[in-house]
Ligand binder design. Structure first.
Ligand SMILES: C[S@@+](CC[C@H](N)C(=O)[O-])C[C@H]1O[C@@H](n2cnc3c(N)ncnc32)[C@H](O)[C@@H]1O
Length: 329
């Protein structure tokens, strides 16, 4: 429990794989959410968020990602502000089906009295670690080019040695990786490592999970930037802004590997931590209010993690758990 900015400032650099966080929206002005009415001017809220983004960039690993929830009203300005520190990838619209029991007073509202379109969606801003490179480029792209040049191999030679021929042009795959158009598969990366180490000019190469930003998609999953997840039905003790488990699991499943460290620094009732643990990830949750900290602890204590899928995952998971413990020594 604590004030997040102060806690983040004490954390070491590059220690977090994924940030999933839900700050006070500022525009909703809810009395029952700490900080929601703290800023008189929008600018002050944006400056406050900027200070967080600066820390997020510092603590996020080079292949890390961040998801930030916000209101539709603040989304554009917030995205511009946060892009001072992180690289925007998507501006996701989360729409909630209007099912009875989920939509509060919306079903009963007087539509004739509206003065603009009813805001039926919230936004989720998705970023990757900033590489200070042109839009298409990523840290991975830069890294792959850097190590290839260090090894003294041309793009054409690497293509030959890895056997990753493009369908139409001969050196296609390597140049696509190095411009950030796509990423090598696990098998291709293993072959790149083998080839680069064999030159004797590169001493070691990091594992795949430490360099490739996770984005794990499957045919049965929602793959667009418009999401439909029902909001959490009211229940006794519910956080006023509790986010649905399925949506958090959707984010964490796509944007992290098993054993990764997931941070939520506006954690409320601990929904992100519960989703992370359920998917065999590690979680750090911070909230300023005692009641939500207590609620998080009790939810986490009753959450069962799934077993790691492979012994490699188990080893990563243990390594990362030890890393979390050392953050708070
Ligand atoms: C929108 S809610 C998060 C709800 C959460 N996603 C859930 O599912 O329960 C924002 C939370 O941020 C917390 N908060 C506000 N300012 C904070 C700060 N400076 N440091 C830590 N927590 C803060 C509030 O107490 C509140 O619980």
């Amino acid at each position: 429990m604590g004030e997040s900015l102060a806690v983040l400032r004490k954390m070491p650099s590059s220690c977090i794989d994924l940030i999933v966080t839900d700050p006070p929206y500022h525009t909703t002005k809810k009395d029952n959410i700490y900080g929601d009415k703290a800023f008189k001017e929008d600018e002050h809220f944006l400056e406050w968020m900027d200070a967080f983004a600066q820390e997020w960039q510092r603590i996020l690993r080079p292949n890390g990602s961040a998801y930030v929830f916000c209101s539709a009203t603040m989304a554009s300005r917030l995205e511009v502000q946060l892009s001072n520190h992180l690289k925007p990838l998507n501006h996701i619209t989360w729409t909630k089906p209007n099912e009875p029991g989920f939509d509060g007073w919306k079903g009963k509202m007087n539509k004739e009295s509206l003065r603009r379109w009813y805001p039926h969606s919230e936004r989720v801003l998705y970023f990757e670690q900033n590489s200070n490179t042109p839009a298409q480029k990523s840290r991975l792209a830069e890294f792959l080019r850097e190590v290839r040049l260090q090894a003294g191999i041309s793009g054409h030679e690497l293509t030959e040695l890895v056997g990753a021929y493009g369908k139409v042009n001969h050196g296609g795959a390597v140049s696509n990786w190095e411009t950030g158009r796509n990423v090598p598969s696990r098998e291709q990366y293993a072959r790149i490592v083998e080839v680069l180490l064999s030159t004797g000019k590169i001493a070691n190469m990091p594992p795949y999970e430490d360099v490739v930003r996770p984005f794990q998609m499957a045919a049965h999953l929602e793959y667009t930037d418009v999401w439909t997840f029902p909001s959490v039905r009211p229940y006794k003790g519910k956080h006023p802004a509790e986010k649905p488990h399925e949506m958090l699991a959707h984010i964490i499943g796509a944007s992290s590997y098993e054993g990764d460290i997931i941070l939520d620094c506006f954690s409320g009732s601990g929904s992100t931590a519960v989703a992370a643990l359920t998917l065999n990830r590690c979680a750090i949750s911070i909230d300023i209010e005692q009641q939500w900290f207590d609620r998080t602890v009790s939810r986490v204590e009753t959450t069962e993690s799934v077993s790691p899928t492979t012994s490699l995952e188990a080893a990563r998971s243990n390594r990362k758990k030890r890393a979390i413990e050392s953050l708070f020594d």
